[in-house]
Design a protein around this ligand. Structure first.
Ligand SMILES: Nc1nc(=O)c2c([nH]1)NC[C@@H]1CN(c3ccc(C(=O)N[C@@H](CCC(=O)O)C(=O)O)cc3)C=[N+]21
Length: 300
């Protein structure tokens, strides 16, 4: 029987967007402008198109300005960098996001490196990573930020002394979420594909963050009873029970069985995913306040 609290990321993200909308109104009356988010999409991958359209819609819903730049799949590196530089210089733009992955002929690292770190709302620039590791104010990637908000919603603000295991060491999620847990005074273990006896490592954790991209890898007997389980994985797998050629989304955690052991757990979909876009808006709001020299909004 499922005993875990279901962590409603979708609902939390909706609430967060409502609070952001209030802060956007206050920002507008203070500065006479609204925060602006520029999103660059190169090529026409259908999944990326849907995702970028969704971001644009939510940006406008919270009262921010959305600037979408769609470039053809054969865009030259120079032209893409030139666009980033124009957005860096544009005073109406507080945040810049270049949708990844880029077409193969483009150099992702060079494009990210061209973004002004103070507008790096994806938190992917090496300066953003360095600021996070050094404990300096900066912008933190959206998915890790969303994970922390959900963890604090379950466990409260004081995570001091908790044991946290992060499975995965990517630049996008694993490393930054580990940094944030460390900054919150957790004892952090970063596990990965070479970790020996992963189940027993995970069994020690009060907080588990799974970000490996392997469908339903984390099993019930890995989970310490009562642990908080955050599933970052979004894996599309075949779902023959829904019909020929159909698919469904699953996380990196075997959700049904782990729900019998965990204290709280995020579903997929409806968990961390919706938090990612809400945190993109959160970062844009923060970046706008810093750029205007205003105190950062509190109570979000
Ligand atoms: N520069 C850049 N920054 C990103 O943050 C970035 C990116 N590129 N490229 C693609 C990935 C993917 N990503 C997702 C965000 C939200 C959901 C999300 O909201 N998912 C829903 C379900 C979506 C569905 O049903 O397909 C959920 O989990 O409930 C998914 C995926 C951000 N990404």
């Amino acid at each position: 029987m499922s005993t875990a609290r279901l962590i409603d990321g979708k609902g939390f993200a909706e609430g967060l967007r409502g609070r952001i909308a209030d802060k956007v109104r206050a920002f507008a009356s203070e500065t006479g402008r609204v925060p602006g988010l520029a999103v660059i999409l190169v090529g026409d991958d259908p999944a990326s198109r849907v995702y970028v359209a969704n971001k644009g819609k939510q940006t406008v819903e919270v009262g921010m300005a959305s600037f979408e730049h769609r470039l053809p799949a054969d865009t030259a590196q120079n032209d893409l960098i030139a666009l980033v530089q124009r957005l860096n210089a544009d005073p109406a733009v507080d945040g810049i996001l270049c949708q990844l992955p880029l077409p193969k002929h483009l150099d992702e690292l060079a494009v990210i490196a061209a973004i002004d770190p103070d507008k790096d709302v994806d938190g992917l620039h090496v300066v953003s990573a360095g600021r996070l590791a050094s404990g300096l104010p900066g912008l933190v990637s959206c998915t890790p930020l969303g994970c922390m908000m959900l963890i604090r919603d379950v466990l409260g603000d004081d995570l001091s002394g908790k044991s946290a295991v992060v499975i995965g060491r990517s630049i996008l999620v694993g490393k930054p979420v580990a940094q944030l847990l460390l900054a919150a005074n957790c004892t952090v273990t970063i596990a990965h594909s070479r970790t020996r006896d992963l189940p027993s490592v995970v069994r020690g954790a009060d907080i588990v963050v799974a970000a490996v991209g392997r469908p339903e890898m984390v099993k019930a007997d890995w989970i310490k009873p009562g642990a908080t389980v955050i599933d970052v994985g979004i894996n599309r797998v075949p779902a023959p029970e829904k019909g020929e050629g159909k698919t469904r989304l699953v996380g990196d955690v075997a959700f049904a069985e782990c729900s019998d052991v965990a204290g709280a757990i995020t579903p997929v979909p409806g968990g961390v995913g919706p938090m990612t876009i809400a945190c993109l808006l959160y970062n844009t709001l923060i970046a706008a306040h810093r750029r205007e020299g205003l105190a950062e909004p509190e109570g979000l």
